[in-house]
Ligand binder design. Sequence first.
Ligand code: PMP
Length: 416
Amino acid sequence: SIPATVGADLLVPLADGRVTDYANFDHGASAPCLESVRAAVEAALPSYASVHRGNGYASRITTQWYERARRQVHEFVGARDDYQVIFTRQTTDALNLLARAVPADATVIVFESEHHAALLPWPAERTVRLAAPESPAQAITAVADALRTAPEGPRLVVVTGASNVTGEIFPIAELAAVARAHGARICLDAAQLAPHREVDIAALDVDWVALSGHKLYAPYGAGALVGRTDWLDAADPYLLGGGATAAVAGDTTVWNEGPARHEGGSPNVIGAIALAAACAAISEHRDAIEQHERSLLARLRTGLAQLPGVTTYSVFGEDADRVGTVCFTVDGLTSTLVSAALSAEYGIGVRDGKFCAHLLVGHLLNDSPEHGTAVRASLGLGTTREHVDRLVNAVRTLTTSGPRTAYEESAHGCQP
Ligand code: PMP
Protein backbone atom coordinates (compact mmCIF):
# COMPACT_ATOMS: atom_id res chain seq x y z
CA SER A 1 0.00 0.00 0.00
CA ILE A 2 1.35 3.40 -0.95
CA PRO A 3 0.84 6.10 1.66
CA ALA A 4 -0.61 9.38 0.42
CA THR A 5 2.45 11.25 1.57
CA VAL A 6 5.97 10.27 2.40
CA GLY A 7 8.83 12.23 3.86
CA ALA A 8 11.19 12.42 6.79
CA ASP A 9 9.10 9.89 8.76
CA LEU A 10 10.73 7.18 6.64
CA LEU A 11 14.20 8.28 7.74
CA VAL A 12 16.31 7.55 10.79
CA PRO A 13 15.72 10.61 13.01
CA LEU A 14 18.61 13.03 13.47
CA ALA A 15 20.39 11.96 16.63
CA ASP A 16 21.35 15.40 17.80
CA GLY A 17 18.37 17.37 19.09
CA ARG A 18 20.09 20.65 18.25
CA VAL A 19 19.96 19.99 14.55
CA THR A 20 16.43 18.68 14.17
CA ASP A 21 15.54 21.71 12.12
CA TYR A 22 18.43 21.12 9.74
CA ALA A 23 17.23 21.61 6.18
CA ASN A 24 19.10 19.05 4.12
CA PHE A 25 19.42 20.09 0.48
CA ASP A 26 22.29 17.74 -0.22
CA HIS A 27 20.47 14.51 -1.02
CA GLY A 28 22.26 14.43 -4.37
CA ALA A 29 25.59 13.89 -2.61
CA SER A 30 24.39 11.27 -0.10
CA ALA A 31 20.88 10.64 1.18
CA PRO A 32 20.14 10.06 4.86
CA CYS A 33 19.41 6.53 6.06
CA LEU A 34 15.94 5.01 5.88
CA GLU A 35 14.49 3.59 9.08
CA SER A 36 13.81 0.29 7.27
CA VAL A 37 17.47 0.15 6.23
CA ARG A 38 18.57 0.60 9.81
CA ALA A 39 16.19 -2.19 10.87
CA ALA A 40 17.55 -4.55 8.19
CA VAL A 41 21.16 -3.83 9.22
CA GLU A 42 20.37 -4.22 12.91
CA ALA A 43 18.70 -7.55 12.25
CA ALA A 44 21.82 -8.82 10.49
CA LEU A 45 24.44 -7.53 12.94
CA PRO A 46 24.07 -10.20 15.65
CA SER A 47 24.69 -13.16 13.38
CA TYR A 48 26.55 -12.26 10.21
CA ALA A 49 29.40 -14.44 9.02
CA SER A 50 31.49 -14.94 5.92
CA VAL A 51 29.45 -15.76 2.82
CA HIS A 52 30.04 -18.54 0.30
CA ARG A 53 32.75 -20.02 2.50
CA GLY A 54 31.70 -21.57 5.80
CA ASN A 55 29.19 -24.30 6.33
CA GLY A 56 28.26 -23.09 9.80
CA TYR A 57 24.74 -21.93 10.49
CA ALA A 58 25.63 -18.21 10.47
CA SER A 59 27.57 -18.54 7.21
CA ARG A 60 24.70 -20.30 5.51
CA ILE A 61 22.13 -17.77 6.71
CA THR A 62 24.35 -14.85 5.73
CA THR A 63 24.90 -16.36 2.29
CA GLN A 64 21.12 -16.53 1.89
CA TRP A 65 20.81 -12.86 2.91
CA TYR A 66 23.52 -11.85 0.51
CA GLU A 67 21.97 -13.69 -2.43
CA ARG A 68 18.52 -12.39 -1.52
CA ALA A 69 19.97 -8.86 -1.55
CA ARG A 70 21.30 -9.57 -5.04
CA ARG A 71 17.85 -10.68 -6.22
CA GLN A 72 16.25 -7.57 -4.66
CA VAL A 73 18.64 -5.25 -6.50
CA HIS A 74 18.02 -7.24 -9.70
CA GLU A 75 14.28 -6.74 -9.24
CA PHE A 76 14.67 -3.05 -8.28
CA VAL A 77 16.06 -2.21 -11.70
CA GLY A 78 13.79 -4.60 -13.61
CA ALA A 79 16.73 -6.57 -14.96
CA ARG A 80 16.28 -9.39 -17.44
CA ASP A 81 16.77 -12.90 -16.03
CA ASP A 82 20.09 -13.32 -17.80
CA TYR A 83 21.54 -10.07 -16.38
CA GLN A 84 23.70 -10.26 -13.29
CA VAL A 85 24.15 -8.05 -10.23
CA ILE A 86 27.73 -7.48 -9.15
CA PHE A 87 28.07 -5.73 -5.80
CA THR A 88 30.59 -2.90 -5.90
CA ARG A 89 31.60 -0.09 -3.55
CA GLN A 90 29.53 2.54 -5.38
CA THR A 91 28.81 3.86 -8.86
CA THR A 92 32.42 4.92 -9.41
CA ASP A 93 33.54 1.38 -8.67
CA ALA A 94 30.81 -0.12 -10.88
CA LEU A 95 31.78 2.03 -13.87
CA ASN A 96 35.49 1.34 -13.37
CA LEU A 97 34.69 -2.37 -13.28
CA LEU A 98 32.83 -2.11 -16.57
CA ALA A 99 35.69 -0.07 -18.04
CA ARG A 100 38.06 -2.96 -17.29
CA ALA A 101 35.75 -5.32 -19.16
CA VAL A 102 35.29 -3.24 -22.30
CA PRO A 103 36.93 -5.19 -25.17
CA ALA A 104 40.30 -3.88 -26.33
CA ASP A 105 38.98 -2.81 -29.75
CA ALA A 106 35.84 -1.08 -28.44
CA THR A 107 34.96 2.60 -28.87
CA VAL A 108 33.31 4.36 -25.93
CA ILE A 109 31.01 7.33 -26.55
CA VAL A 110 30.31 9.67 -23.67
CA PHE A 111 29.00 13.22 -23.20
CA GLU A 112 31.22 15.85 -21.59
CA SER A 113 28.28 16.61 -19.30
CA GLU A 114 28.87 13.39 -17.35
CA HIS A 115 29.94 13.13 -13.75
CA HIS A 116 33.66 12.33 -13.62
CA ALA A 117 32.80 8.78 -12.53
CA ALA A 118 31.22 8.20 -15.95
CA LEU A 119 33.56 10.46 -17.93
CA LEU A 120 36.99 9.30 -16.85
CA PRO A 121 37.30 5.50 -16.47
CA TRP A 122 37.40 4.75 -20.22
CA PRO A 123 40.68 4.43 -22.15
CA ALA A 124 41.35 7.93 -23.54
CA GLU A 125 42.54 6.77 -26.96
CA ARG A 126 39.31 4.84 -27.59
CA THR A 127 36.84 7.33 -26.13
CA VAL A 128 34.82 9.80 -28.18
CA ARG A 129 33.70 12.73 -26.05
CA LEU A 130 30.61 14.56 -27.24
CA ALA A 131 29.89 18.15 -26.26
CA ALA A 132 27.19 18.61 -23.63
CA PRO A 133 23.91 18.29 -25.54
CA GLU A 134 21.57 21.23 -26.06
CA SER A 135 18.34 19.29 -26.15
CA PRO A 136 17.24 15.66 -25.76
CA ALA A 137 16.75 15.47 -29.54
CA GLN A 138 20.24 16.82 -30.18
CA ALA A 139 21.67 14.29 -27.69
CA ILE A 140 20.11 11.50 -29.73
CA THR A 141 21.41 12.90 -33.02
CA ALA A 142 24.90 13.38 -31.58
CA VAL A 143 25.08 9.78 -30.40
CA ALA A 144 23.71 8.49 -33.71
CA ASP A 145 26.32 10.51 -35.63
CA ALA A 146 29.12 9.31 -33.36
CA LEU A 147 28.03 5.70 -33.78
CA ARG A 148 27.80 6.09 -37.54
CA THR A 149 31.37 7.37 -37.77
CA ALA A 150 32.93 5.18 -35.06
CA PRO A 151 35.57 2.66 -36.14
CA GLU A 152 34.57 -0.97 -36.66
CA GLY A 153 34.33 -3.06 -33.53
CA PRO A 154 32.27 -3.05 -30.35
CA ARG A 155 30.81 0.29 -29.26
CA LEU A 156 29.61 1.38 -25.83
CA VAL A 157 27.53 4.49 -25.13
CA VAL A 158 27.72 5.73 -21.54
CA VAL A 159 25.07 8.14 -20.35
CA THR A 160 23.74 9.54 -17.12
CA GLY A 161 20.11 9.01 -16.14
CA ALA A 162 19.81 12.36 -14.38
CA SER A 163 22.48 15.03 -14.24
CA ASN A 164 24.00 15.46 -10.80
CA VAL A 165 24.39 19.18 -11.54
CA THR A 166 20.99 20.17 -12.92
CA GLY A 167 18.84 17.11 -12.20
CA GLU A 168 17.76 16.93 -15.83
CA ILE A 169 16.73 13.54 -17.12
CA PHE A 170 18.39 12.26 -20.27
CA PRO A 171 16.41 10.46 -23.02
CA ILE A 172 17.63 7.00 -22.04
CA ALA A 173 15.16 4.81 -23.93
CA GLU A 174 15.72 6.80 -27.11
CA LEU A 175 19.51 6.66 -26.73
CA ALA A 176 19.28 2.93 -26.08
CA ALA A 177 17.22 2.51 -29.26
CA VAL A 178 19.86 4.43 -31.25
CA ALA A 179 22.60 2.28 -29.71
CA ARG A 180 20.68 -0.89 -30.64
CA ALA A 181 20.10 0.33 -34.19
CA HIS A 182 23.87 0.65 -34.59
CA GLY A 183 24.68 -2.64 -32.87
CA ALA A 184 26.17 -0.77 -29.89
CA ARG A 185 25.70 -1.23 -26.16
CA ILE A 186 24.66 1.30 -23.58
CA CYS A 187 25.46 1.79 -19.91
CA LEU A 188 23.25 3.94 -17.70
CA ASP A 189 24.77 5.82 -14.78
CA ALA A 190 21.73 5.71 -12.53
CA ALA A 191 23.38 7.22 -9.44
CA GLN A 192 21.07 10.24 -9.52
CA LEU A 193 18.09 8.74 -11.32
CA ALA A 194 17.41 5.59 -9.29
CA PRO A 195 16.65 7.39 -6.00
CA HIS A 196 13.96 9.49 -7.69
CA ARG A 197 12.51 7.64 -10.68
CA GLU A 198 11.89 4.05 -11.60
CA VAL A 199 14.75 2.48 -13.53
CA ASP A 200 13.46 -0.40 -15.64
CA ILE A 201 16.30 -2.03 -17.53
CA ALA A 202 14.02 -4.22 -19.62
CA ALA A 203 11.76 -1.32 -20.64
CA LEU A 204 14.67 1.04 -21.30
CA ASP A 205 16.58 -1.76 -23.04
CA VAL A 206 19.96 -0.82 -21.59
CA ASP A 207 22.86 -3.22 -21.14
CA TRP A 208 24.22 -2.05 -17.80
CA VAL A 209 23.11 0.10 -14.90
CA ALA A 210 25.39 1.46 -12.19
CA LEU A 211 24.10 2.77 -8.87
CA SER A 212 25.18 3.73 -5.33
CA GLY A 213 23.56 2.72 -2.04
CA HIS A 214 24.44 5.97 -0.31
CA LYS A 215 22.34 7.97 -2.79
CA LEU A 216 19.46 5.53 -2.25
CA TYR A 217 19.05 6.18 1.49
CA ALA A 218 21.45 3.44 2.64
CA PRO A 219 24.86 4.03 4.27
CA TYR A 220 28.16 3.99 2.41
CA GLY A 221 30.09 1.09 0.99
CA ALA A 222 27.76 -0.73 -1.38
CA GLY A 223 26.62 -0.14 -4.93
CA ALA A 224 26.04 -2.34 -7.93
CA LEU A 225 26.72 -2.94 -11.58
CA VAL A 226 23.74 -4.73 -13.10
CA GLY A 227 23.69 -6.05 -16.62
CA ARG A 228 24.99 -8.27 -19.34
CA THR A 229 27.49 -10.98 -18.44
CA ASP A 230 29.55 -11.65 -21.58
CA TRP A 231 32.13 -8.82 -21.46
CA LEU A 232 32.48 -9.26 -17.72
CA ASP A 233 32.96 -13.01 -17.86
CA ALA A 234 35.61 -12.53 -20.55
CA ALA A 235 37.51 -9.89 -18.53
CA ASP A 236 40.21 -10.44 -15.95
CA PRO A 237 38.79 -10.42 -12.43
CA TYR A 238 38.54 -6.94 -10.93
CA LEU A 239 40.22 -8.01 -7.69
CA LEU A 240 42.53 -11.00 -7.85
CA GLY A 241 42.16 -13.26 -4.86
CA GLY A 242 39.85 -15.57 -2.97
CA GLY A 243 36.25 -15.67 -4.11
CA ALA A 244 37.21 -14.82 -7.68
CA THR A 245 38.89 -18.22 -8.13
CA ALA A 246 37.26 -21.50 -9.09
CA ALA A 247 40.54 -23.43 -8.75
CA VAL A 248 44.28 -22.84 -8.38
CA ALA A 249 46.67 -25.67 -9.30
CA GLY A 250 50.37 -24.91 -9.51
CA ASP A 251 50.73 -21.83 -11.69
CA THR A 252 47.29 -22.25 -13.22
CA THR A 253 44.30 -20.30 -11.97
CA VAL A 254 40.77 -20.87 -13.13
CA TRP A 255 38.62 -17.84 -12.45
CA ASN A 256 34.93 -17.97 -11.60
CA GLU A 257 32.30 -16.66 -13.96
CA GLY A 258 29.33 -14.60 -12.88
CA PRO A 259 29.34 -12.06 -10.04
CA ALA A 260 31.92 -13.99 -8.00
CA ARG A 261 34.56 -13.32 -10.68
CA HIS A 262 34.56 -9.62 -9.79
CA GLU A 263 33.70 -9.78 -6.09
CA GLY A 264 37.11 -10.96 -4.88
CA GLY A 265 37.75 -10.92 -1.13
CA SER A 266 35.16 -11.06 1.63
CA PRO A 267 32.16 -9.16 0.34
CA ASN A 268 30.39 -6.30 2.07
CA VAL A 269 27.35 -8.29 3.14
CA ILE A 270 25.96 -5.67 5.48
CA GLY A 271 26.29 -3.05 2.74
CA ALA A 272 24.46 -5.32 0.30
CA ILE A 273 21.68 -5.92 2.83
CA ALA A 274 21.37 -2.16 3.41
CA LEU A 275 21.31 -1.42 -0.32
CA ALA A 276 18.67 -4.08 -0.96
CA ALA A 277 16.50 -2.86 1.93
CA ALA A 278 16.68 0.66 0.51
CA CYS A 279 15.71 -0.64 -2.94
CA ALA A 280 12.71 -2.46 -1.48
CA ALA A 281 11.50 0.60 0.44
CA ILE A 282 11.96 2.95 -2.48
CA SER A 283 10.08 0.62 -4.81
CA GLU A 284 7.27 0.36 -2.28
CA HIS A 285 6.93 4.14 -1.99
CA ARG A 286 8.01 5.05 -5.52
CA ASP A 287 4.90 6.98 -6.58
CA ALA A 288 4.60 8.86 -3.31
CA ILE A 289 8.30 9.78 -3.34
CA GLU A 290 7.97 11.15 -6.85
CA GLN A 291 4.89 13.13 -5.94
CA HIS A 292 6.57 14.52 -2.79
CA GLU A 293 9.62 15.62 -4.76
CA ARG A 294 7.79 17.03 -7.75
CA SER A 295 5.70 19.38 -5.64
CA LEU A 296 8.70 20.55 -3.59
CA LEU A 297 10.82 21.03 -6.69
CA ALA A 298 8.12 23.10 -8.39
CA ARG A 299 7.87 25.27 -5.26
CA LEU A 300 11.63 25.72 -5.10
CA ARG A 301 12.03 26.56 -8.78
CA THR A 302 9.14 29.01 -8.74
CA GLY A 303 10.53 30.63 -5.60
CA LEU A 304 14.05 31.03 -6.97
CA ALA A 305 12.78 32.23 -10.37
CA GLN A 306 11.19 35.23 -8.64
CA LEU A 307 14.47 36.40 -7.13
CA PRO A 308 16.36 39.04 -9.13
CA GLY A 309 20.07 38.30 -9.10
CA VAL A 310 19.60 34.53 -8.96
CA THR A 311 20.44 32.52 -12.08
CA THR A 312 19.50 28.87 -12.44
CA TYR A 313 21.22 26.60 -14.97
CA SER A 314 19.97 23.89 -17.30
CA VAL A 315 21.48 21.67 -19.97
CA PHE A 316 18.27 21.26 -21.96
CA GLY A 317 16.32 24.33 -20.88
CA GLU A 318 13.74 25.22 -18.28
CA ASP A 319 11.09 22.78 -19.52
CA ALA A 320 13.20 19.65 -19.16
CA ASP A 321 11.99 16.84 -16.96
CA ARG A 322 14.21 16.65 -13.91
CA VAL A 323 14.73 15.16 -10.48
CA GLY A 324 14.80 17.43 -7.44
CA THR A 325 18.07 19.23 -8.08
CA VAL A 326 18.58 22.94 -8.79
CA CYS A 327 21.88 24.55 -9.75
CA PHE A 328 22.16 28.31 -9.25
CA THR A 329 24.39 31.30 -8.65
CA VAL A 330 23.73 34.58 -6.89
CA ASP A 331 24.96 37.86 -8.42
CA GLY A 332 27.64 39.54 -6.37
CA LEU A 333 28.29 36.54 -4.11
CA THR A 334 30.57 33.58 -4.61
CA SER A 335 28.94 30.19 -4.37
CA THR A 336 31.12 29.29 -1.40
CA LEU A 337 29.89 32.37 0.42
CA VAL A 338 26.27 31.54 -0.38
CA SER A 339 26.59 28.00 0.91
CA ALA A 340 28.50 29.09 4.03
CA ALA A 341 25.85 31.68 4.87
CA LEU A 342 22.97 29.27 4.19
CA SER A 343 24.55 26.81 6.59
CA ALA A 344 25.63 29.15 9.38
CA GLU A 345 22.68 31.55 9.33
CA TYR A 346 19.76 29.40 8.22
CA GLY A 347 20.63 25.78 9.04
CA ILE A 348 20.46 24.85 5.36
CA GLY A 349 22.88 22.34 3.86
CA VAL A 350 23.61 22.83 0.15
CA ARG A 351 26.69 22.05 -1.88
CA ASP A 352 28.84 24.47 -3.83
CA GLY A 353 31.58 23.78 -6.32
CA LYS A 354 31.82 21.95 -9.61
CA PHE A 355 30.16 18.75 -8.41
CA CYS A 356 32.70 16.35 -9.96
CA ALA A 357 31.44 17.54 -13.35
CA HIS A 358 34.00 20.22 -14.19
CA LEU A 359 33.32 20.22 -17.93
CA LEU A 360 29.57 20.60 -17.50
CA VAL A 361 29.84 23.32 -14.87
CA GLY A 362 32.33 25.18 -17.10
CA HIS A 363 29.88 24.90 -20.00
CA LEU A 364 26.87 26.05 -17.96
CA LEU A 365 28.61 29.03 -16.33
CA ASN A 366 30.19 30.28 -19.51
CA ASP A 367 28.09 33.38 -19.80
CA SER A 368 28.64 34.17 -16.12
CA PRO A 369 32.36 35.00 -15.92
CA GLU A 370 31.86 36.14 -12.33
CA HIS A 371 31.26 32.55 -11.22
CA GLY A 372 33.54 29.56 -11.56
CA THR A 373 31.39 27.46 -9.30
CA ALA A 374 27.70 27.12 -8.50
CA VAL A 375 25.38 26.20 -5.65
CA ARG A 376 23.44 22.95 -5.82
CA ALA A 377 20.26 22.35 -3.83
CA SER A 378 19.10 18.74 -4.08
CA LEU A 379 15.97 17.66 -2.28
CA GLY A 380 14.63 14.28 -1.23
CA LEU A 381 12.68 12.47 1.44
CA GLY A 382 14.15 14.64 4.18
CA THR A 383 12.92 17.87 2.60
CA THR A 384 9.77 19.67 3.71
CA ARG A 385 7.81 22.67 2.40
CA GLU A 386 9.17 24.68 5.30
CA HIS A 387 12.71 23.83 4.18
CA VAL A 388 11.94 24.99 0.65
CA ASP A 389 10.43 28.25 1.89
CA ARG A 390 13.36 28.76 4.23
CA LEU A 391 15.82 28.28 1.38
CA VAL A 392 13.99 30.67 -0.95
CA ASN A 393 13.65 33.30 1.78
CA ALA A 394 17.27 32.91 2.79
CA VAL A 395 18.48 33.35 -0.77
CA ARG A 396 16.20 36.39 -1.10
CA THR A 397 17.77 37.93 2.01
CA LEU A 398 21.25 37.13 0.69
CA THR A 399 20.49 38.85 -2.61
CA THR A 400 19.31 42.01 -0.84
CA SER A 401 21.40 42.23 2.34
CA GLY A 402 24.24 39.76 1.80
CA PRO A 403 25.62 37.45 4.49
CA ARG A 404 25.86 38.64 8.10
CA THR A 405 29.54 37.72 8.29
CA ALA A 406 32.41 37.63 5.86
CA TYR A 407 32.91 33.87 5.77
CA GLU A 408 36.27 32.57 4.75
CA GLU A 409 36.49 31.12 1.28
CA SER A 410 37.20 27.68 2.65
CA ALA A 411 38.96 25.21 0.42
CA HIS A 412 36.36 22.50 0.96
CA GLY A 413 33.70 24.06 -1.16
CA CYS A 414 35.59 24.78 -4.30
CA GLN A 415 36.73 22.21 -6.75
CA PRO A 416 35.04 18.84 -6.16
N1 PMP B 1 27.35 9.55 -11.28
C1 PMP B 1 26.58 10.55 -10.85
C2 PMP B 1 25.57 11.13 -11.79
C3 PMP B 1 26.72 11.02 -9.55
O1 PMP B 1 25.96 12.01 -9.12
C4 PMP B 1 27.68 10.42 -8.71
C5 PMP B 1 27.90 10.92 -7.29
N2 PMP B 1 27.87 12.29 -7.13
C6 PMP B 1 28.45 9.39 -9.21
C7 PMP B 1 28.26 8.97 -10.50
C8 PMP B 1 29.47 8.72 -8.38
O2 PMP B 1 28.85 8.10 -7.31
P1 PMP B 1 29.73 7.53 -6.11
O3 PMP B 1 30.46 8.70 -5.53
O4 PMP B 1 28.73 6.95 -5.19
O5 PMP B 1 30.63 6.53 -6.71
